[in-house]
Ligand binder design. Structure first.
Ligand code: ADP
Length: 647
């Protein structure tokens, strides 16, 4: 079978390109396919991974709730909408309930009430109340009567007198019997009421102080609510709501919270209290608007913190904030399907819907991925893949190119070697066969004269010299190839080198009718050189000048100095060289005419040997030439300072 890598470089190139294309394109296509699959899988994997991780995170956040926020709440009771406080025996301390079984009213008191309410005999009622107050030792009874007297005065329309009496109750003399809180609260309310009746100038300040005082009084929560509500009504009726901007909202807040506390306390009283309730968990108090409570210990008291649905939403918002990040968000709905907390717009992809448990039955939380999250994540991955693929393709291309280059180089080398062998065979064969013909003629005694015999022997000698030179060249080249050529560098005279070279080619030049001219411009410095090697350089150049010239051969060897350099220049009027050829002539085995039938004998090694030697002398060689116009080969070698090289 014919080897594909024949000597034809075009077909070699085609094969190399084809193989390279397969070596690059096939893996690239595979890589791209793999990448697309990988990105797809990656996208799914990322999605699943995120769902798993966020679902487990949501369990912590939404089901262990409100554990993580609970500590803050415990320290700050203000987070609650209302409180129910118990002592250690689970007896309610707050809200303070009014005691309905006060000591039964005495007969005298019942008589006074009858006079006031049934008989409407206020005069007699006042007398009866005064009698009881003076005779009783129970402070509540005394002040009950004093309040009743004021009430009767009002009913008699004796307002000024009533105000005076009422003021004494609200602002008692320093040595007076201290008034119980409940009576004080009622008296305060009554005074404000009386002031309002006559548009008294002190009404505003009285309302202001009663609104604050009532909050501090140690009375039942219901009483407090009642008094505060009445005071607020009076303030509003008299147009003071705007002036009491601080006091009214505080009172109102207390009323709202106290009502919640009472509602929760009543509900729990009717539903087996708190006994079965575990500590630190939420419970739902199913009133009209559901209340959420958490029961916990606080020093020596047990507290039920109450949250309205709105407050609860604020609590949940903390869970929502905890869950939310740049990838996900969530929304929480209560049992009526109202959104309680979380992002307002559901502009994402829902990936989970969890039912909240325990006291949040019917509540649910929806977990969403933000829009475009996967695209972003996949794009990021894609970018990494693209970089990797790019790097792989580039390195594949680079290594394929290098491999291709190496293959081509090897192919070229093979061709050169083949050519070289052919050349050597040819070059060796020519002198050998002419010598054989000459020797055969001499041996057969076919020479006509002695002179012819001598001529033949001279021809044999010449061929011999040529053969030796050829073999010398091969050997030098071979040594050069193996880097074995050692030079014996010493100060040498450039003139001597030129003369030796001229002598070496003299016979040949004479034979070829060369007009040879050796010019030496003096003075000339010495150069550091291996004399024999430099002679070889010049002989090669002169030899080429002769070989590549037409019949009218004019060759000049010129030696001259230029600054610190010595130039050895060989000029001919021969066939010249193209620009392209000039670039290649120093390459090994390069010949402009590669046909075996070329006129001049040679191996394509002469100039590469020349270049090698010149380089070893730290010199330079350059060529000036034009096709048909002859060539100039110029060698420049550094001169040794202050040493004359003339002979
Ligand atoms: P060769 O043994 O073929 O002479 P060289 O290395 O000495 O090998 O020269 C390489 C090639 O350079 C030659 O084949 C020839 O084509 C070209 N060459 C060398 N010297 C000259 C010159 N003076 N004039 C024109 N061509 C030259």
């Amino acid at each position: 079978m014919r080897n594909k890598f024949t000597n034809n470089p075009a077909s070699q190139l085609r094969w190399v390109v084809f193989l390279l294309a397969i070596a690059v394109i096939l893996p690239t296509v595979c890589l791209l396919w793999f990448m697309t699959q990988a990105v797809k899988n990656e996208r799914l994997a990322i999605r699943q991974k995120l769902i798993d991780s966020y679902t487990s995170r949501s369990q912590d956040i939404f089901f262990k709730y409100p554990g993580s926020y609970w500590n803050t709440a415990e320290k700050n009771l203000n987070v609650f909408s209302a409180l129910v406080i118990y002592d250690q025996n689970d007896k309610i301390i707050y809200p303070v309930r009014s005691n309905p079984n006060l000591t039964a009213p005495s007969d005298n008191l019942q008589k006074a009430w009858k006079l006031e309410y049934s008989d409407k005999d206020y005069e007699e009622a006042i007398k009866q109340y005064e009698l009881i107050a003076d005779s009783s030792s129970i402070v509540e009874v005394i002040y009950e009567c004093k309040t009743a007297i004021t009430r009767c005065l009002v009913k008699q329309n004796k307002i000024d007198e009533a105000i005076a009496k009422c003021r004494r109750l609200v602002y008692p003399e320093p040595n007076a019997l201290p008034i119980p809180s409940t009576q004080a609260a009622h008296a305060g309310l009554m005074l404000a009421d009386l002031y309002s009746k006559i548009n008294h100038t002190d009404l505003y300040s009285e309302l202001k102080s009663q609104l604050s005082n009532t909050l501090k009084l140690n009375v039942s929560t219901e009483t407090k609510i009642f008094i505060l509500e009445e005071l607020i009504k009076t303030a509003e009726k008299n147009g003071f709501a705007g002036n009491l901007k601080t006091e009214i909202p505080i009172a109102q807040k207390f009323i709202d919270s106290a009502l919640l506390s009472i509602t929760a306390a009543d509900y729990l009283d009717n539903h087996s209290g708190l006994k079965s309730r575990p500590l630190n968990t939420f419970l739902k108090i199913q009133t009209l608007e559901p209340l959420y409570g958490i029961y916990f210990k606080n020093s020596d008291r047990n507290i039920l913190g109450l949250l309205t649905t709105e407050k609860m939403a604020q609590f949940w918002q903390k869970s929502v904030d905890d869950f939310t990040d740049e990838l996900v968000f969530c929304r929480i709905y209560d049992d009526k399907g109202r959104q309680i907390a979380g992002r307002e717009t559901a502009d994402g992809e829902i990936f989970s819907s969890l039912k909240l448990k325990n006291y949040f039955a019917g509540w649910k939380t929806e977990l969403y991925f933000r829009g475009g999250v996967f695209k972003e994540a996949a794009n990021k991955k894609m970018l990494v893949y693209i970089w990797i693929a790019g790097a792989v393709i580039i390195s594949m291309l680079a290594s394929s190119l290098l491999a291709g280059k190496a293959v081509l180089k090897q192919a070229k080398l093979n061709k050169l070697k083949n050519d070289f062998i052919a050349t050597i065979t040819h070059e060796l064969k020519t002198p050998l066969s002419s010598m054989r013909v000459l020797v055969d003629t001499l041996l057969d005694g076919r020479c006509e004269s002695k002179q012819q015999e001598t001529e033949y022997l001279q021809l044999i000698a010449k061929e011999n010299v040529r053969l030796s030179r050829l073999i010398d060249n091969f050997l030098t080249f071979s040594r050069m190839e193996r880097n074995k050529q050692a030079f014996d560098i010493a100060p040498a005279s450039p003139v001597e080198i030129a003369n030796n070279a001229a002598e070496a080619v003299q016979a040949k030049f004479e034979k070829a009718n060369v007009k040879f001219n050796l010019t030496v411009s003096k003075p000339l410095p010495m150069i550091n050189a291996d004399k024999d090697a430099m002679v070889t350089v010049l002989v090669n150049l002169l030899d080429n000048a002769c070989k590549y010239s037409y019949d009218n051969k004019q060759i000049e060897l010129k030696v001259f100095t230029q600054n610190d350099l010595v130039s050895l220049q060989v000029k001919d009027n021969g066939i010249g060289l193209t620009h392209r050829q000039m670039k290649k002539i120093f390459d090994r085995f390069y010949q402009t005419d590669t046909s075996l039938a070329r006129r001049a004998e040679g191996t394509g090694l002469g100039l590469s040997i020349v270049k090698f030697i010149v380089d070893a002398h730290k010199g330079k060689i350059n060529v000036e030439s034009k096709p048909g116009k002859g060539s100039i080969f110029k060698i420049i070698i550094p001169a040794i300072k202050n040493q004359s090289g003339e002979i």
